[in-house]
Design a protein around this ligand. Structure first.
Ligand code: IMP
Length: 197
């Protein structure tokens, strides 16, 4: 028999869409709190050189300063022909301030004339729970298109086409994307773990 414990859990994000999406699929015994809910307005610098490291930095900040069980995520787009770049630097690939159009333009330029277009999105989630730490990851493999397609989504969505599809992430509904996306898969692993904890 699975026993559910009453638990408050912080999701270290300011993105309310991500928060809502996770709360909807969590067991009702787990109350998800946002950073605002715990009066945390700190900007944690993402200074690690890996996705796991950045997820750990964010989760550890909350657990150490505020004392909550917490999880945090970090995502990057890893392009095979560019040795995994932009990877952990995806948000600011074209420099500060972060700008999706400039990031996509830089990536398309760097892949100009390159036929190997294989890439993957990878999300790492770090969970701090009752003094222990757990990592979960989610990968979505696909390819980088030669030009933007579609208007939905965010970030690199218009130039990423997941394997087995003929449309980009930016041409999918958020439900379609969440079912196969890196973040969706990592969150499903986290939730499966929490349900049996
Ligand atoms: P974050 O860790 O979720 O903030 O993601 C870091 C960066 O990766 C974002 O600023 C985007 O550029 C890119 N990114 C993350 N997830 C996605 C996605 O689902 N689609 C497109 N780009 C993404």
């Amino acid at each position: 028999m699975v026993i559910f414990y009453d638990m408050k859990l912080v999701f270290a994000t300011n993105n309310l869409n991500k928060l809502k999406e996770v709360q909807e699929i969590l067991p009702s015994s787990i109350e998800l709190l946002s950073l605002k809910d715990i009066d945390c307005f700190d900007e944690v610098a993402e200074t690690a050189t890996t996705l796991e490291g950045n997820a750990q930095l964010k989760a550890n900040h909350i657990t150490e300063k505020f004392g909550y069980n917490c999880f945090a995520d970090d995502t990057g787009l890893e392009v095979a022909a560019l040795n995994g770049a932009p990877g952990v630097y995806s948000a600011r690939y074209a420099g500060e301030p972060a700008n999706a159009e400039n990031n996509m333009a830089k990536l398309l330029t760097n892949l100009d004339q390159i036929t190997d277009r294989q890439a993957q999105f990878r999300t790492s989630i770090c969970l701090n729970l009752d003094g222990k730490q757990f990592l979960f990851d989610g990968i979505c493999k696909g390819e980088i298109l030669t030009q933007q397609q579609g208007e939905k989504g965010f970030g690199y969505d218009p130039i990423f086409q997941p394997d087995g599809y003929t449309v980009s992430f930016a041409e999918m509904t958020s439900e379609e994307k969440n079912e196969i996306s890196h973040r969706g898969l990592a969150i499903q692993k986290l939730i499966a773990f929490l349900k049996t904890y």
